[in-house]
Design a protein around this ligand. Structure first.
Ligand SMILES: [Zn+2]
Length: 85
């Protein structure tokens, strides 16, 4: 499993309340481990804001945009960065 695959599965794992400390990818991948820590923090804050039992789509919207921001932090330029200077 690579990082992209892992991150795609992440919402599922969160929803299933999987024990991410046992996740094989996280054990080998510090960036993803750090990301999960961030997301757990975000999810916690979101739960405080939205004290409901089921995670709402808004929670995952927050997490998805956090993921996108993380990916945008990558040093690789986006594939469609063909804007003329
Ligand atoms: Zn990773």
């Amino acid at each position: 499993m690579d990082c992209a695959e892992f991150q795609q599965k992440l919402p599922e794992l969160f929803e299933a309340q999987a024990d991410l400390s046992q996740n094989e990818h996280l054990r080998q991948c510090e960036p993803c481990a750090a990301l999960v820590r961030d997301l757990q923090y975000i999810a916690q804050q979101a739960k405080l804001l939205l004290p409901i039992h089921d995670p709402s789509p808004a929670v995952w919207d927050t997490i998805q945009s956090a993921l996108k921001e993380e990916q945008n932090d990558d040093k690789q330029p986006p594939p469609d960065s063909d804007a003329a200077p």
